[in-house]
Design a protein around this ligand. Structure first.
Ligand SMILES: Nc1ncnc2c1ncn2[C@@H]1O[C@H](COP(=O)(O)OP(=O)(O)OP(=O)(O)O)[C@@H](O)[C@H]1O
Length: 577
């Protein structure tokens, strides 16, 4: 943990952590010294010359005061270091997410970022202050006091070491057991949360299905598994706690018996016996108090692992001297791509899109239409072959240049917590209000603004004042119009829209197409009919055919079937085109 924190901290954070560790170590050393001074103190107190206790008493007070001062200083530095590390971790996550390939962000990873950023970071950044300190107190004084005991009476010293060793062994065993159960709890927590979220999101379907539907059953099963895992972890933890508490008491008993026996045999002075008994109880308490923090350190380490997996996620290689494209053509040359080695999603794709033309991509569900469009925007790099924009491989253009060439109008349109105006301006941050207004007008967003209480100044966003699916898509079109990139990638809405939305979106798309190279993942027959060419994916990773509508009706069985099914479901006939 400390090594990783040192790796990610900036100079100031690293210095603070190092200073904290030094001060807290000094505090534990001074505390140990104060404890050890108890031996000469009680021995002097019960000797023939009680006044000789003044020197050890003075020492003890001095050690205790200094230890207290160091401890308070450590708290102050530790808390500030924690706050600095939280800031630093947030900064690193933000920097990394800005550079990670867009393909990295799936729902699971976005969830992991949210977990790490909220709970994980706070827990891990404060771990040195809140957990490592009690653990050091549980380790350093007992070890040093045991060594001091060895000098006073070697048999007693051995007993102290034996007692500490016994607790350590039982503790490690309990920790390993606990860790296994905690992993099961983590997995069942995640599953439970996912099922409950799914259950909430799918309420219309769940209610329509009636009682005991699949949705209800899967939540019930997940919650039952969560309960079982938690109960098992709780029982395991209880056993662990009982076991090391018992080990602690066994060690204490051993020290008591041996110390009393040694005193009886005249090998230990009664004054020293008093100190030994006090020290045994104190050390046992410090050790026992420290043990539960091991669980916390385990949790903090898991949070740091999650953070590490974000910070170490591979970036796409960027060219040293990015090239510029000659025009807005797109060409796929023998492109293959897969998310996992055993399942190719695209294999051997070859086709070209001329500047200023419109290409529709069609194919069965899961055939790779979205993947193909995203590869053109360099969400990932291809496994083999080349994707060229304006004649240049996108890897030689570099992500920044690719992004400058491409506008994306996808279905998952994110609205930031800001005004409608600013949400459109995202397309081109430097745009004036007039330019934003013009793009909004062309995309049919003015109609949305007209019915909102504060027009373009109305706050919209994910947590309130959200817009409908069709309205979001119009905002996305307005952003793309504002950006005015030469290539537009569009994932057409699959959901049915009301007539007005449909009409406004079509109008917006017509505005977008203009002189742009337009690539549409097409679901609507009208869009497909408008395309200059249609790319048909066969559902097995391949491109079955590329051509215009008329040609494909005879050349591509998949296309002919697709067209027949769609026209039939819409009450059209093939002759009607
Ligand atoms: N990020 C991802 N990680 C792993 N597999 C993925 C990912 N995205 C898509 N896939 C898989 O790749 C295949 C192609 O998915 P893609 O979304 O490109 O198809 P599609 O033709 O757009 O589907 P649909 O029409 O249903 O939206 C599917 O089997 C899908 O499960």
């Amino acid at each position: 943990m400390i090594r990783f924190l040192m790796r990610i901290g900036d100079t100031r954070a690293r210095r603070m952590l190092a200073a904290y560790l030094v001060v807290v170590t000094v505090a534990t050393l001074l505390t140990s010294a104060a404890f050890v001074t108890l031996l000469p103190l009680t021995t002097a107190l019960l000797s023939d010359e009680p006044a000789s206790m003044l020197a050890p008493l003075g020492l003890l007070v001095a050690f205790a005061v200094l230890a207290g001062m160091c401890d308070v200083t450590a708290t102050l530095i530790g808390q500030r270091a924690g706050a600095r590390f939280i800031l630093r971790m947030h900064q690193l996550i933000a920097e990394r997410t800005a550079r990670l390939p867009l393909g990295w962000f799936d729902a699971e990873r976005t969830g992991s970022i949210s977990n790490v950023t909220t709970r994980g970071v706070t827990f891990a950044a404060n771990a040195p202050e809140s957990m490592i300190r009690p653990m050091l107190y549980g380790l350093v004084p007992p070890t040093l006091v045991s060594l001091a005991m060895l000098r006073v009476e070697w048999r007693l010293g051995l007993c102290f070491l034996l007692a500490a060793g016994l607790v350590a062994v039982v503790y490690r065993w309990a920790q390993a057991r606990d860790g296994r159960f905690e992993q099961a709890v983590d997995a069942s927590d995640e599953e439970g949360a996912a099922r409950v979220i799914e259950f909430a999101a799918a309420q219309p379907a769940v209610r329509a299905a009636g009682p005991d539907s699949l949705g209800e059953r899967s939540v019930r099963t997940a919650l039952a598994e969560q309960r079982t895992a938690k109960r098992a972890a709780l029982i395991a933890r209880n056993w662990g706690t009982q076991a090391y508490t018992a080990a602690g008491f066994a060690g204490l008993l051993l020290i008591f018996v041996v110390a009393v026996a040694l005193t009886g045999a005249g090998r230990l002075q009664p004054g020293a016996l008093v100190a030994v008994l006090i020290l045994a109880v104190a050390m046992s308490t410090l050790t026992r108090n420290a043990l539960p923090f091991g669980v916390g350190v385990g949790i903090a380490n898991r949070a740091l692992d999650a953070l590490r997996s974000i910070l170490d996620a591979p970036l796409l290689p960027e060219p040293e001297h990015p090239r510029t494209p000659a025009d807005s053509s797109i060409e796929l040359a023998d492109v293959s791509f897969s998310y996992s080695p055993d399942r190719p999603v695209i294999s051997g794709a070859n086709f070209r899109m001329e500047p200023g033309t419109m290409t529709a991509i069609v194919g069965p569900s899961g055939s790779g239409k979205t993947t193909l469009a995203r590869l053109m925007a360099r969400f990932w790099d291809v496994d083999s072959g080349e994707i060229r924009i304006g004649g240049v491989d996108v890897r030689e253009l570099g992500t920044r240049n690719v992004m400058a060439q491409v506008s994306m109008v996808f279905q998952d349109v994110y609205l930031f917590e800001d005004t409608l105006m600013e949400n459109i301006r995202l397309g081109r941050p430097g745009a004036t209000d007039d330019e934003v207004g013009e793009a909004a007008e062309r995309a049919g967003v003015t109609e949305i603004a007209d019915r909102l209480p504060d027009g373009f100044a109305t706050q919209v966003g994910e947590s309130g004042g959200t817009l409908s699916g069709g309205e979001r898509q119009r905002v996305s079109i307005a952003r793309a119009l504002l950006k005015n990139a030469p290539i537009v990638l569009l994932d057409e809405a699959t959901a049915a829209l009301d007539i007005e939305s449909e009409m406004l979106i079509q109008r917006g798309l017509a505005q977008l197409s203009g002189d742009k190279t337009l690539v549409v993942i097409a679901h609507r027959l009208q869009t497909i009919r408008q395309a200059d060419q249609v790319v048909v994916l066969d559902g097995n990773g391949g491109v079955e055919a590329v051509g215009d509508h008329e040609t494909l009706l005879t050349a591509s069985p998949t296309y002919a079937r697709f067209w027949a099914e769609r026209t039939e479901s819409m009450g059209w006939t093939i002759d009607a085109h």
